[in-house]
Design a protein around this ligand. Structure first.
Ligand SMILES: [Zn+2]
Ligand SMILES: [Zn+2]
Length: 275
């Protein structure tokens, strides 16, 4: 069986760090902040629309549109060819495993807990069940598999091939809306504090993970830490005036460079990460 470090080598030269919070970087989602300070629009939306949000969000790496990590995060679940999905599924499993072994403690520290007895994933209403991420977290990655529990299910039944194109498009649109009622908790907490780590593949607007965190918090779980493998990043944002910020962010991430020893929570090179 291939070793984790060998599988992670598939991404040598292809991983970029998410910048630490600071000037020009949103302190919650570590995305672009054109105003320089405060929170980005999406994080403000999450705070105003949801009764609660994740206590902390960690990101493994920047998923730059068109680059390998972002492509693999799409292919591993969406390619129609089984063989095409296998390599990214293995690679992403290895990246998640290695990162958690080094930095899960950073998520726990930031959440004010010793660890996470429960690990779950964000369910999808538009992908088949079981979702490949569920298989990765509940089976492939051994440091999460014995703590995995399916705590959430979509309020609506999972998409199947019988859904009309219109119904599917509606699902896709709904996926982008912050709504704690999108999911239902499948288990009642024991009454003792139950910290949860929720894992998702790509963070785009935060609508999935923040809605899931709100649902779990509402059910009585907490603290809730979230980990996203990739933080979506578009070097060519459509919003006018954003391209220069995107390029500054990208350059700063390249300058900071990838290190397995640092993460968006424990990063010590804050001066190099300022844009
Ligand atoms: Zn934000
Ligand atoms: Zn760390």
């Amino acid at each position: 069986m291939a070793r984790i470090s060998d599988l992670c080598a598939l991404y040598d030269g292809h991983l970029l760090p998410v910048l630490p919070k600071g000037n020009g970087v949103c302190p919650i989602c570590h995305g672009l902040l054109s105003s320089g300070t405060g929170y980005c629009y999406q994080c403000k939306e999450a705070q105003s629309k949801l009764p609660a949000t994740a206590d902390v969000i960690g990101f493994i790496a920047l998923a730059v549109k068109g680059e390998q990590l972002a492509t693999d995060l799409w292919v591993y679940k969406s390619s129609r060819a089984h063989e095409a999905r296998l390599r990214p599924q293995l690679g992403l499993s290895a990246v998640l495993w290695r990162w958690l072994s080094l930095h899960e403690s950073c998520l726990a520290n930031a959440s004010g807990v010793d660890g996470f007895p429960l690990v779950t994933t964000v369910p999808s209403a538009i992908h088949r069940h079981p979702h490949p991420l569920t298989t990765i977290v509940s089976s492939t990655v051994k440091i999460t598999s014995d703590r995995y529990i399916e705590l959430l299910k979509p309020s609506e039944p999972a998409y199947d091939a019988a859904c009309s194109e219109h119904a599917r498009n509606e699902r896709v649109m709904n996926e982008r809306v912050m709504n704690s009622k999108r999911y239902v908790a499948t288990r009642t907490p024991t009454g003792n504090p139950e910290p949860v780590l929720i894992i998702d593949d790509t963070f785009t607007s935060g609508a999935h993970i923040q809605s899931a965190a709100a649902c779990l918090s509402d059910a009585g779980y907490g603290p809730i830490a979230a980990l996203c493998i990739g933080r979506h990043f578009n070097r060519r944002p459509e919003k006018r005036g954003y391209i220069q910020f995107a390029e500054s962010y990208y350059r700063a991430a390249r300058q900071l460079g990838w290190s397995w020893d640092e993460c968006s929570l424990c990063n010590t090179c804050t001066s190099a990460g300022t844009i």
